[in-house]
Design a binder for this molecule. Structure first.
Ligand code: DLL
Length: 433
């Protein structure tokens, strides 16, 4: 079902004139209200009246995480604090967190966008939605919560963690939809197997997963292990939280971007020059309607591309394929660019390997080195050494195919790699320590 049919099936012409009007409004607003934006635009020699077409967005300066840090915590808000009804923050790995704020209207919009997202993934008002995204400063929990309520479904606000309890409630309450990170869903599936719970006997039918990269192979694994359809959803705190783009259950191929509220661009990841539709690069978003914390041309560091072919679900919004990685997660191993998701794809195609892994990156001289820790299944682990050596060689060869050189593979015992309750830590980067 399409939650907001009028908005989600607009013609491109109608959408583009709406986007232009909204873009002009938001640019004028930040110019008048936020000294930092005004100074940046003045420096770039651009004023709000220069935005006459959508393409004129390219005249505006980008906003980066660094800009948000410089204005920590509330410097980029465009409304007085008494109109801000909620703040969230993303932890980030270095420095201060990024703080974002919402007015009442922003919260209402966010709930609608999350209702659209859940609906896109196949959920309806009849569903029992188990929300295992973390509640708190992270946008996942509360963002999805309000969306599930706006949809009219029943929401179980369990948050992340307490894995056994998740499964008990799932059985007792008859959850039909699970919301969590894909890595936590895998953790739940593993615990289910240990508890002897057969997912085929549960009413669970859909998993709506996001907040971290996950490969197509991981999707297959989750669909098989939990006997569900697994849907990918995308968002980031700086833009609104979850509710920026969502896959439809009809196709499960690319995530529809809610373009009436967020204007996407793809730019070259090194030169930041805009790229045509279809080419891969860094995703950039401008929020068109947010009140408390609008952002202009925010560089997400996420890599994707835009797809403008029609979709059988009827939504007219452009899609973006699953995010393959982030520019700052990209490893350069002997000159070859590699994303952790590509390693995941390789590992999960190898028989006897469990979907739990960790990549350790280091630097020797000016060369990046990579070691991959891979969990193997119980029966393989108890096999002879020869068998393990053979498996190690197979993985080595597959990864060499991908990156063109050897890297160290360490097979580890079942259950030795930490399980996640939120975003999984896939890469340990010793270069930054
Ligand atoms: O992770 C918002 C969210 C919550 C999205 C729940 C989906 C579901 P942040 O903590 O600010 O916000 O992290 C945003 O996570 O820039 C991406 O790098 C990554 N990310 C989010 N969704 C996906 C996805 C939330 N579906 C950062 N695939 C983003 C790949 C994703 N990466």
């Amino acid at each position: 079902m399409i939650f907001n049919k009028e908005a989600e099936t607009m013609s491109r012409d109608t959408l583009e004139s709406l986007q232009l009007k909204r873009l002009q409004d938001v640019v004028t607003r930040v110019y008048n209200k936020v000294p930092y934006y005004r100074a940046k635009m003045d420096d770039a020699g651009v004023s709000p009246t220069d935005i006459k077409t959508l393409a004129d967005i390219q005249k505006l300066p980008f906003t980066t995480k660094e800009d948000l840090r410089k204005n920590y915590p509330f410097g980029l808000f465009t409304v007085p604090m008494d109109e801000v009804v909620r703040v969230h923050a993303s932890s980030g790995t270095t420095g201060k967190p990024t703080v974002v704020g919402y007015t009442k209207a922003d919260i209402k919009l966010w709930a609608e966008l999350m209702a659209r997202t859940l609906s896109c993934g196949g959920a309806t008002s009849k569903d029992m939605i188990q929300n295992a995204y973390g509640y708190g400063l992270f946008t996942g929990g509360l963002g999805a919560h309000y969306g599930a309520e706006a949809l009219g479904a029943t929401v179980i606000p369990i948050s992340g963690g307490q894995t056994k309890r998740q499964i008990t409630l799932m059985q007792d309450f008859g959850s039909t939809v699970l919301l969590s990170t894909p890595s936590y869903a895998l953790n739940i599936a593993e615990a289910m197997a240990e508890m002897g719970v057969d997912p085929k006997k549960l009413p669970l039918k859909i998993g709506i997963f996001g907040a971290e990269p996950w490969s197509e192979k991981m999707r297959e694994e989750l669909e098989k292990q939990l006997d569900i359809k697994a849907i990918d959803i995308y968002g980031l705190s700086e833009i609104i939280g979850p509710g920026v783009a969502a896959e439809c259950i009809e196709e499960q191929k690319g995530l529809h971007i809610f373009e009436d509220h967020f204007l996407p661009e793809i730019v070259d990841k090194d030169t930041f020059e805009p790229l045509p539709v279809g080419e891969a690069g860094e995703l950039v978003f401008t929020t068109l309607t947010k009140e408390a914390f609008p952002v202009i041309r925010y560089r997400t560091k996420d890599i994707s591309r835009l797809i403008d072919t029609p979709c059988s679900c009827g939504r007219t919004f452009r899609r973006m394929p699953k995010i393959t990685g982030r520019t700052d997660d990209m490893l350069i191993i002997r000159g070859v660019n590699v994303f952790p998701s590509q390693i995941e794809h390789v590992l999960m195609g190898v028989e006897g390997v469990e979907p739990h892994y960790q990549i350790i990156v280091d630097r020797k001289g000016n060369m990046d080195t990579m070691e991959v820790l891979v969990e193997v299944s119980e029966n393989i682990f108890s096999d002879e050494i020869k068998q393990l050596e053979r498996l190690n060689k197979t993985i080595q060869a597959e990864i060499k195919d991908l990156i063109g050189s050897n890297c160290k593979i360490s097979l580890v015992e079942p259950k030795t790699i930490a399980r996640s309750e939120g975003k999984a830590v896939r890469v340990i980067d010793k270069r930054k320590i």
